[in-house]
Design a binder for this molecule. Structure first.
Ligand SMILES: Cc1cc2nc3c(=O)[nH]c(=O)nc-3n(C[C@H](O)[C@H](O)[C@H](O)COP(=O)(O)OP(=O)(O)OC[C@H]3O[C@@H](n4cnc5c(N)ncnc54)[C@H](O)[C@@H]3O)c2cc1C
Length: 468
């Protein structure tokens, strides 16, 4: 029998698998789709690999937030490349600003543009360094508006947090700060595709005798005497284990638990009624050879200082993130560029009943129009970009829903609400003692958040093992 069965091979599932396999447990990971990795997986088009949810990672240098975790997971050996010292550029209403790596340089850099807000910047940097669980109850927007009297600066410091869901009323400072802080410590891109990270974790699991099975969608869990006993897959296979970890969306997990009497109604209600974060629209561009020099920083462009309100009304596109991919052929020029912009679920309403590849001509036109808008915005930083594009591949929240089973294609899992932190942040433990949770919906999204949660999930299992 397996010691641990993990449902879903997203980053959180694979990290738990690797950590527990290294501790000598027999691990089985069941993945519903044809490829492991969830948002970390890459796909191939025209001979090039494109990533889905991996653009940059923060805090990998010794002594920083992610260093020890990645060292333990064996992920530090991957070809990470440190980004430019000015790692994030922000353009708002045509004005250009930069974030620098290192807290002092960060304050110094923005302090030059906003000399009257130097103290506020210092206080902001200190707060980011000392974030605690109590900040789950603090509204990020309220904190920022109390800290910065200059509205433009408030927008500038928030601009790079487009990679989470910026919502004035709900976003907890805890989440906002975790989205920003490790990148200020140091920022890194992976040279080559994200499947390297996935393969490394899968390799660790398999070397220790564990297995990662694809085409193995779990459709139900069976309970016996207050514990989960087995998982049944759509292909009819049934697997038993001592512990079960869910790395899938908690609302989906509830459908698997329908026949389990120990699952409290309150848990089901909390997980199924919870709101999801918005999705992302991505235009992944293949750039003509030699047309554009590589740049090792991201660029966040907004048409005006509306960073905190644009998500819900982002049609036509009002803000875009540009992320370049490290050239792999030794050239100074890049071949791939991602343009990302938030896309709420209601923009998908005409196609919610459709499936991949069968969404019709109007969907294709919609995606083409949105990609054109993203490219037009990106031209503020890369003049003539339109002419450099050889191919453009797009994805919407529908893509994420259909490939990864994330309800409403939410890019960052379930929404966290500073007004109801007890209801929206979740423990990795459940009322069933051998069923644990992990993944981006539990506490924090992103590579940092998911990794922190995976360590917490695994510690519950090792503590339980040590007790018995
Ligand atoms: C566009 C985009 C860009 C991003 N960029 C960055 C970035 O630059 N830096 C960063 O830190 N983070 C980024 N993120 C966030 C990061 O990718 C995610 O937070 C993280 O990968 C989520 O991991 P997870 O463990 O929650 O699993 P998921 O990625 O959600 O994977 C869950 C897996 O479970 C599988 N599954 C679902 N149901 C079942 C079932 N019934 N049975 C078996 N398997 C099932 C799915 O197929 C999937 O493989 C980005 C996300 C998006 C969407």
């Amino acid at each position: 029998m397996n010691d641990v069965l993990i449902i879903g091979s997203g980053l959180g599932g694979l990290e738990c698998g690797a950590l527990l396999a290294k501790r000598g447990l027999k691990v089985l990971v069941l993945e519903g789709s044809n490829q492991p990795g969830g948002c970390m997986q890459s796909f191939r088009r025209g001979g090039l690999h494109y990533d889905t949810g991996l653009h940059y990672v923060g805090g990998l240098a010794p002594g920083q937030t992610m260093h020890n975790a990645f060292a333990e997971l064996g992920l530090l050996d991957l070809p990470w490349q440190r980004m430019d010292e000015d790692f994030d550029h922000v353009i708002i209403g045509g004005r250009h600003f930069a974030f620098h790596q290192g807290y002092d340089a960060f304050v110094e850099g923005l302090g030059k543009d906003f000399p009257h807000q130097r103290e506020a910047l210092q206080s902001y940097a200190n707060r980011l360094r000392n974030i605690t669980f109590a900040d789950m109850d603090v509204c990020a927007y309220d904190y920022l508006s109390q800290t910065f009297t200059d509205e433009l600066l408030l927008n500038v410091v928030s601009a790079a947090a487009m990679k989470t869901e910026l919502r004035r009323e709900t976003l907890p400072l805890f989440n906002f700060a975790h989205t920003c802080s490790s990148y200020i410590e140091s920022s890194w891109r992976l040279k080559g595709h994200g499947n390297q990270l996935v393969n490394k974790l899968v390799g660790t699991i398999e070397e220790a005798g564990g297995k990662v099975l694809t085409h193995s969608k779990v459709v139900s869990l069976t309970e016996k005497e207050g514990r989960i006993e087995s998982a049944t897959c759509a292909n009819g296979h049934v697997y038993e284990a001592e512990f079960f970890i869910s790395d899938i969306h908690p609302a989906t997990l509830c459908t698997l638990l329908e026949g389990c009497p120990s699952v409290r109604k309150a848990f089901r209600r909390r997980m199924t009624m919870a709101e999801n974060t918005c999705g992302m629209f991505t235009a992944q561009l293949c750039i003509k050879r030699g047309a554009l020099r590589y740049f090792a920083h991201n660029v966040f462009i907004y048409d005006k200082p509306n960073v905190w309100t644009m998500t819900e009304e982002n049609n036509p596109v009002k803000g875009v993130m540009i992320s370049a991919r490290v050239p792999e052929d030794g050239s100074d020029c890049l071949r791939q560029l991602d343009l990302l912009t938030p896309m709420p679920w209601h923009e998908c309403s005409a196609w919610t009943q459709t499936t991949v590849g069968r969404r019709g001509e109007d969907y294709k036109k919609f995606c083409q129009r949105k990609a054109e808008q993203c490219i037009a915005m990106a031209e503020q930083y890369i003049p003539g970009l339109h002419e450099m594009v050889e191919q453009c591949y797009t994805s919407t929240p529908l893509t994420y829903r259909d490939y990864l089973g994330s309800p409403e294609g939410g890019a960052f899992g379930m929404r966290k609400d500073c007004r109801a932190s007890l209801l929206s942040f979740h423990s990795v433990s459940t009322t069933l003692p051998n069923l644990l949770l992990t993944g981006q919906s539990i506490m924090l999204p992103g590579i940092e958040g998911v990794t922190m949660t995976a360590f917490e999930t695994c510690s519950k299992i090792t503590q339980d093992k040590a007790r018995h």
